[in-house]
Design a binder for this molecule. Structure first.
Ligand code: OOG
Ligand code: MG
Length: 258
């Protein structure tokens, strides 16, 4: 393997494991295609340690997120089992650098995703949908990155909390999204902010996977991307996301330990 690819992957993986931010790589260090190779190499390091892939996530599927981060292209990364956090559990923030949380829609697949699909075909591949909260934690200092940087960093993936799955597919379009900290709204929006309809995120996922020559087995998760901007995650907080017609998902953050 190209030694610099392995070098970038190790730096990003170490930063995640040690919860220590790193400086952005010098501009032009790698292109987008190489960034995805770095991403895959870093994930392979996790898998080699016993973790396993359980799905994928999309990023920058809403304007709110693009504006917040100054990045204007759809990206995707991997979800692994160690990222899945129990709903209603207390999450220790010490494992992260500068975590943020954002409201999302999560799909559970019922067939292998191995070709580009249209919306109708995509619907036929969805077992269920759930409201979800994603914890993102850029490994770059101050959450500053370029498109290539964030792709190499597995799109800031750090944690996923998924609510109850249902087959309320009709609820997906233009549903109110509310994220609250200790009962106070911190972000509000609509599922329509996700590419007009979250199903389009699924369609895009199928296209991106096919373009990379990859497939996703049945029973995988697909996170559609945040409907609103992300919010810095404070300690000792109750975090809740309500998506009208889909339900609620929540967790707590633990007391900070020195
Ligand atoms: C990159 C991840 C983007 C989303 O839902 O748009 C993302 C980041 O904002 O750090 O997860
Ligand atoms: Mg996200």
């Amino acid at each position: 393997m190209n030694t610099s690819i392995a070098h970038y992957a190790r730096q990003l993986d170490d930063a995640a494991v040690c919860a220590q931010a790193i400086a952005q790589f010098p501009s032009g260090s790698f292109d987008l295609e190489q960034a995805y190779v770095i991403q895959r190499t870093a994930i392979q390091r996790r898998v080699n340690r016993g973790d396993s892939i359980c799905g994928i996530k999309l990023g920058f599927t809403s304007r709110a997120k693009m504006l917040q981060m100054g990045v204007h292209d759809l990206i995707w990364g991997w979800l692994t089992c160690s990222m899945l956090k129990e709903e209603s559990s207390s999450i220790d923030l010490n494992q992260y650098i500068h975590p943020r949380v954002e409201p999302e829609v999560c799909f559970l697949t019922k067939r292998t995703i191995d070709r580009p699909m249209n919306a109708l075909q995509a619907l036929d591949c969805i077992e269920a949908v759930a409201p979800a909260l994603e914890i993102i934690d850029s490994r770059y200092r101050d959450f500053h990155f370029t498109l290539e940087d964030v792709v190499a960093d597995n799109c800031s993936s750090a944690g996923v909390v998924v609510g109850s799955f249902s087959r309320n597919f009709d609820a997906l379009s233009n549903a109110g999204v509310h994220m609250a900290f200790d009962g106070r709204y911190v972000q509000t929006g609509s599922t329509a902010a996700i590419l007009g309809h979250p199903l389009r995120a699924f369609v895009q996922a199928s296209r991106l996977l096919a373009a990379s020559g990859l497939h996703l087995p049945a029973g995988s998760l697909i996170m559609a991307g945040a409907a609103t901007a992300a919010q810095a995650l404070p300690p000792e907080t109750h975090v809740r996301c309500d998506i009208y017609g889909l339900g609620r998902v929540e967790f707590f953050t633990a007391t900070e330990t020195p």
